[in-house]
Write a protein that binds this ligand. Structure first.
Ligand SMILES: Nc1nc2c(ncn2[C@@H]2O[C@H](COP(=O)(O)OP(=O)(O)OP(=O)(O)O)[C@@H](O)[C@H]2O)c(=O)[nH]1
Ligand SMILES: [Mg+2]
Length: 346
């Protein structure tokens, strides 16, 4: 299914029903008291996470979403029917943004409780409400609230704790294929991967995490070169990054330059991304001559206290050590996050 991570839709909260003007009809009483019922409320509009959805494709096709309007009140004090609420399902990780102001109205990360964006449209009161000592024959009733419309932008940022980044062809998809059940296309040319691939990594009985294989990034990506940097938003939620550097001696590249360039692209996108903890993986170490390239990289990174792991995603060499370090760092990051959350709750 096509991966769509941005969509703009119009949402409408249905009008409230109108109140009614009516008078009781009784035998021998020419005009009874007022008995006009209230209008029903218009439905509200909310969003909810759906764990089975992975794309915003539905919202590319259907642009207008509306809850039901409330029914009008009627005689005999009959209340109009409340309009049905609209609950719009979106993939977990979708932000709902007010398109006019850019304000994030909701960040849908769970599937348990809908996030209300527009409350119910108030139904108008019927004339029965307006009777009083000076107004025995009220001929007025309220109209229901008008329908409200809003343009919202949906922006999906995948929910993964670990992001796998690197130049095109570095072996990102090969790695996620080795460590999870994700099966993205792997091929010996750049930009094979055109959208993020998620995979659950079961490291041990009590440690698993979701990793995302992110489409390749090249120099100038922040100016739109290659696939650009629009996929970088998908690493915003991650706790740490695995940065793969291709050590194939035949690729004509300098691994240290690749490391620096990619990090520069990260910080052009967002300084916080560049500051995310990173584990460096020197990839394709199985190829003859790759070790030498790895040694050069290791030497260049010396003194920067950067973890660097030689791996072959192809034959699995070094992958357990890489995952072990990933799991270790993740559990520390998870703990410190819980602790910070506890502190701020105090
Ligand atoms: N020898 C060797 N080849 C590898 C290794 N990892 C990946 N490759 C090969 O390198 C090529 C690119 O691998 P991918 O996993 O598709 O690379 P990618 O980083 O996902 O590339 P993009 O999706 O284009 O960004 C493929 O031909 C892989 O078979 C490795 O560890 N050793
Ligand atoms: Mg790929």
């Amino acid at each position: 299914m096509k991966f769509i991570d941005e969509a703009i839709i119009e949402i409408t909260a249905g009008a409230g029903g109108n109140g009614c003007v009516s008078f009781r009809r009784e035998k021998y009483v020419p005009r009874g008291g007022p008995d006009g019922g209230d209008g029903g409320n218009g439905g509200s509009v909310a969003f909810i996470g759906n764990p089975h959805m992975t794309t915003l494709l539905d919202y590319k096709y259907r642009k207008h979403w509306s809850s039901e309007r409330g029914g009008n009140g009627s005689g005999n004090n009959r209340h109009g029917k409340n309009g049905k609420d609209l609950i719009i399902p979106v993939p977990l990780g979708t932000e709902v943004i007010d398109n006019d102001t850019g304000r994030v109205l909701a960040d849908i990360t769970g599937a348990d409780r809908p996030s209300l964006i527009m409350g119910p449209g108030r139904g108008g009161r019927g004339n029965a409400h307006f009777v009083g000592p000076t107004n025995q024959v009220p001929r007025e009733a309220e109209s229901g609230a008008l329908p409200r419309t809003m343009i919202v932008r949906l922006s999906l940022k995948v929910m993964a704790e670990v992001g796998i980044i690197g130049y095109p062809n570095a072996g990102k998809s090969t790695l996620i294929t080795r460590i999870s059940r994700a099966r993205p296309k792997i091929a010996d040319y750049p930009f094979t991967t055109l959208s993020p691939n998620l995979g659950v990594v079961r490291f041990s009985n009590d440690m698993d995490f979701v990793a995302a294989d992110i489409p390749g990034i090249i120099e100038g990506a922040h100016e739109g070169v290659g696939l650009g940097i629009r996929f970088l938003k998908h690493v915003e939620r991650t706790r740490l990054l695995i940065h793969i550097i291709d050590c194939d001696p035949e690729n004509g590249r300098n691994p240290y330059d690749d490391y620096i360039t990619l990090n520069r692209e990260l910080s052009s996108y967002n300084e916080q991304l560049a500051e995310k903890p990173q584990i460096v993986a020197a990839g394709k170490i199985d190829i003859a001559g790759a070790r030498e390239k790895f040694d050069v990289l290791k030497e260049a990174l010396k003194g920067l206290s950067i973890d660097i792991f030689p791996i072959s995603a192809m034959n699995g060499e070094g992958v357990t050590a890489l995952l072990g370090e990933t799991a270790r760092r993740l559990s520390i990051l998870r703990l410190s996050e819980t602790r910070n959350a506890d502190l701020s709750a105090e």
